[in-house]
Design a binder for this molecule. Structure first.
Ligand code: URA
Ligand code: SF4
Length: 211
């Protein structure tokens, strides 16, 4: 079989988030569908003013079919609470909709692997469709994958985190990039990393007030 190209031919020609979620369940726009349990599409308020974009579903998200329901999601909620950012009214999604992993150790535990540029590019039509439908005023890019997917491959989170930037396409919005909640979980100084995440989310809350 030839290498699949991207998600475009799986997108419905019309419909809102529910129609897109149903169509994405059968996406074979890249090879990540082969080993994952299911597509994890975005979730939340389809007319939200705030969209949060992660990297890809993790182990627990892959099993449950919902974004950010695992440890990274719990940390993100705590940080958002502290920043006065209401996650219950947000739309939450990922740059890549299938879990990528390798199996390791005696229990063959599934360990997260970062998506490749090809996979990010293949999956981008779903993210673009979500942006067009939800039309958020503020988008938070959680980590380098989300930030590159939204702002271009040359974008460096370390240089621009917490800045209010302009989303280049496909809809007008302010983007704030920050580190990924999983990076906080892995950091040597977790407390400092957590405070940094909260500070960036506060910048997103301010942008939301100004929008
Ligand atoms: N990490 C992500 O980037 N997204 C999720 O949904 C869960 C963990
Ligand atoms: Fe389709 Fe994205 Fe899954 Fe690849 S990762 S199969 S493009 S939904």
């Amino acid at each position: 079989m030839a290498e699949p190209e991207d998600a475009r031919r799986y997108l419905p020609s019309r419909g809102g988030i529910p129609a897109h979620r149903r169509a994405a369940a059968d996406c074979r726009g890249c090879l990540l569908y082969e080993d994952a349990t299911q597509t994890v599409f975005g979730a939340g308020d389809a007319s939200a003013r705030l969209m949060l974009v992660g990297e890809e579903p993790g182990d627990q998200e892959d099993r449950e079919g919902e974004p950010f329901v695992g440890p990274a999601g719990r940390l993100l909620r705590r940080a958002a609470d502290e920043a006065d950012l209401d996650m219950d009214r947000a739309y939450v999604t990922n740059a890549v909709k299938h879990f990528k992993f390798r199996r390791t150790g005696p229990g063959k535990r599934r360990i997260h692997k970062a998506p490749s540029l090809g996979e990010m590019t293949a999956c981008r039509p779903w993210l673009e469709a979500e942006l067009r439908i939800v039309e958020p005023e503020v988008v938070v890019a959680l980590g380098a994958t989300a930030a590159k997917s939204l702002l271009g491959h040359g974008f460096r989170v370390t240089r621009h985190r917490g800045d209010a930037l302009t989303l280049p396409e496909p809809v007008p919005a302010t983007v704030v990039a920050t580190l990924h909640p999983s990076a906080v979980l892995r950091a040597d100084d977790r407390e400092e990393a957590f405070s940094g995440l909260v500070a960036d989310l506060k910048a997103a809350a301010r942008a939301l007030q100004q929008a």
